[in-house]
Design a binder for this molecule. Structure first.
Ligand code: SF4
Length: 337
């Protein structure tokens, strides 16, 4: 049995004090951390249960946006009437993920901080640089059907598993954190990391920092959006490729388009160049194919996952077409329109 200390702080400053140690882990919904502990992948010496903290509220911000408490569950967020009416892209992405039971337990902060589902990461008998720095990567040259085609390194080719985060990337949310050094706000694009030479670092949180909320800007792209997720079965499966599109049309022309990809990289993947090229264009298959080529520039397949490149190309075109037409992908009837 692996022993660990357990703390249940009553306020945020106490939580940060308890979570400041080298081997501490914050526990919220537990839908990933508990699995990792059972598999002997995560071995915290101190578990800090933050479920008693006042971080569950979903409330309007002064700027006219919406603040999602870190401890609001994924279900509470997806079914919040303000999220559904103003940020349907986010609601759709959340409902594309996991299962109802998991969404009822999983929290918004936990969704950001969940770890890759790379098979080798969970198998302590195989090498993994993310689990044990310097050990090697079992997926490179091994089984890599679910792995990255963009932004990978020779140390790690894992993907980030979240659907919610793909929508948050397209919505350009901000992550509010607090920690031993005080409060700060991290733009969503800077929250997660590419693996580089330090694949064990999933995000840019500093030691002991705690996510307190996620801020959504006033613009929610509620008219023209979609979350298209392609996977091996129609529910309860991680994305092989997913595409979040947030678009604004003015007089039939694309005034703004944001495209984020999931299932293809260590973080949600965007391309400023592709989005700039869409601005001012009329919606057309040609413009969408050009955006797909730019988004996927430099994509590299491995033994089992090269299929993701043409799959992503077609998914980007389909998702942009859905968003432009105002016919977002349904998350209940999963047939692709
Ligand atoms: Fe570990 Fe990353 Fe390699 Fe998977 S891809 S085995 S997580 S180093």
């Amino acid at each position: 049995m692996i022993r660990f200390d357990f703390a249940r702080p009553n306020d945020i400053s106490e939580a940060v004090r308890e979570g400041a140690g080298d081997h501490a882990a914050y526990l919220a919904g537990g839908t990933n951390l508990v699995d990792l502990m059972k598999e002997n992948v995560a071995r915290p010496l101190q578990v800090v249960d933050i479920n008693g903290l006042p971080l569950r509220e979903i409330a309007a911000t002064e700027s006219g946006g919406l603040r999602l408490g870190a401890l609001a569950t994924n279900s509470e967020t997806a079914y919040d009437s303000r999220v559904q009416s103003r940020y349907p892209l986010l609601a759709s992405a959340i409902l594309a993920g996991a299962s109802p039971q998991l969404r009822n337990a999983a929290t918004n902060g936990g969704n950001l901080n969940q770890r890759t589902r790379c098979y080798y990461f969970y198998d302590v008998d195989t090498p993994c640089n993310k689990r044990v720095p310097g050990q090697g990567c079992g997926a490179i040259g091994g089984r890599n059907r679910i792995h990255a085609i963009l932004g990978a390194s020779d140390k790690c080719i894992a993907t980030h598993p979240s659907d919610m985060c793909v929508a948050l990337a397209a919505l350009e949310a901000e992550v509010r954190v607090t920690g031993p050094g005080g409060d700060r706000v991290i733009p969503f694009a800077d929250y997660h990391r590419l693996p580089g030479d330090e694949p064990w670092r999933d995000n840019n949180l500093r030691p002991g920092e705690l996510v307190t909320a996620i801020d959504l800007a006033p613009e929610g792209f509620a008219e023209n959006y979609t979350y298209l997720k392609l996977r091996d079965r129609l529910s309860y499966a991680f994305a092989l490729v997913s595409v979040a599109v947030a678009m604004r049309l003015e007089e039939g022309v694309i005034a703004e388009a944001r495209v984020a990809l999931g299932g293809v990289a260590h973080k949600p993947w965007r391309s400023t160049e592709a989005e700039d090229a869409l601005r001012g264009a009329e919606p057309s298959t040609g413009a969408f194919e050009a955006a797909a080529r730019t988004l996927l520039a430099g994509a590299e397949g491995h033994e089992d996952n090269a299929f993701k490149i043409p799959l992503a190309r077609k998914a980007i075109v389909r998702a942009l077409s859905q968003a432009a037409a105002g016919t977002p992908q349904s998350q209940t009837d999963k047939r692709i329109a």
